[in-house]
Design a protein around this ligand. Structure first.
Ligand SMILES: C[S@@+](CC[C@H](N)C(=O)[O-])C[C@H]1O[C@@H](n2cnc3c(N)ncnc32)[C@H](O)[C@@H]1O
Length: 320
């Protein structure tokens, strides 16, 4: 395994121009970048906006927020917020904002997170098994694996990793931790490799298990569901939502959320079908994939899917 690097690797922003072009409908508007990272999208966005525009950048990673604070010192239109994006509505309300022009989400982890061994996201390095995006709060992957019920571990690896050997992996984890607690990424990768029977071509046997734990520890799918509902309430009519996702679990949530409401099949003989289904809250749906040049320059963009939609006039449901 390669030795730990001291310098955080850079992040190459995915679908940069496509998402920023799609997001801007008013150069003097107010925008949210829910996943600041190293600010690739935010910087291009700011370069395209007027002096009176505003941009709010969320990230729950302390290092990402450090980089956002540096940008805020250079550009007064930008405000960093060290919170999960699911607190967007509350944080913006606290700053006097009920509506925004556009929301961008570039989901998942950044290269500095995945490529910094001490963050514990990657099976490519041996390091403490952490996996928290926000290292200032919450439970680490090691804490959870050493205390959760074996059945819960199986379920998470199966549901979030779509891993068919989830039961064998959970059993191997339970057997190991009965002897000594699991604390390192290398250890977990080894346990999984011993439990997975057939390897997928070009994929490390630990890929699916690590993905599952990362999604669970960071509540990634719940976060996404919550922010989508908030974006629906906050984006003004004609404003845009742009979401880049990196795996099918995320993309399915976004796709279903943006889809027009469907009429109840049992009422399809009634002439009022459209009204029964309710008016669509999103229009002009687009799905964009990186081109060949981007994928060969940045292989991590390979699985990215950008979905863009324009908010209609239809009212959103009230917050629960
Ligand atoms: C793919 S990176 C974004 C990269 C960014 N667009 C850029 O160009 O530099 C995703 C970032 O979103 C953050 N993130 C993921 N889920 C989050 C959430 N629920 N709330 C806040 N930040 C989140 C991660 O910490 C990470 O820094």
């Amino acid at each position: 395994m390669p030795p730990a690097t001291l310098q955080a690797p850079a992040h190459i922003t995915v679908l940069l121009r496509e998402s920023v072009d799609a997001l801007i409908t008013d150069p003097a508007g107010t925008y949210v970048d829910g996943t600041f990272g190293r600010g690739g999208h935010t910087r291009l966005l700011l370069s395209r906006l007027d002096p009176q525009a505003r941009v709010f950048g969320f990230d729950r990673d302390p290092q990402a927020i450090e980089s956002a604070r540096q940008l805020a010192a250079e550009d007064a239109r930008f405000t960093p917020i060290h919170e999960p994006f699911s607190s967007m509505e509350r944080e913006l309300a606290a700053r006097g904002l009920a509506q925004v022009t556009g929301v961008l989400l570039d989901l998942g982890v950044s290269s500095p997170q995945i490529d910094t061994p001490e963050r514990g996201f990657s099976f490519r390095f041996d390091a403490p098994l952490d996996m928290r995006m926000d290292t200032t709060r919450g439970m680490t992957a090691a804490d959870w694996l050493n205390t959760a019920a074996q059945e819960d571990i199986r379920e998470i690896i199966h549901a979030y990793g779509e891993e068919r050997f989830a039961a064998r992996i959970a059993a191997a984890i339970a057997a190991r931790r009965a002897v000594q607690p699991i604390t390192r990424t290398g250890e977990l990768a080894q346990i999984v490799a011993g439990a997975v029977k057939t390897r997928e071509k070009g994929q490390d046997p630990a890929t699916r298990t690590f993905q599952a734990l990362r999604i669970f520890i960071n509540r990634e799918l719940e976060e996404l569901e919550q922010v989508l509902m908030q974006a629906q309430r906050m984006i003004r009519p004609q404003g845009r939502l742009a979401v880049i996702s990196f795996h099918s679990l995320e993309d399915r949530i976004v796709k279903q959320f943006l889809a027009p409401p469907r009429a109840d099949a049992s009422l399809r003989h009634l002439p009022v079908r459209g009204e029964v289904a309710g008016a669509a809250r999103w229009a002009d749906l687009a799905r964009i994939k990186p081109g060949e040049a981007e994928v060969s320059a940045n292989p991590r963009s390979r699985s990215a899917v950008l979905r863009v939609a324009t908010r209609t006039e239809a009212a959103a449901p009230e917050a629960q």
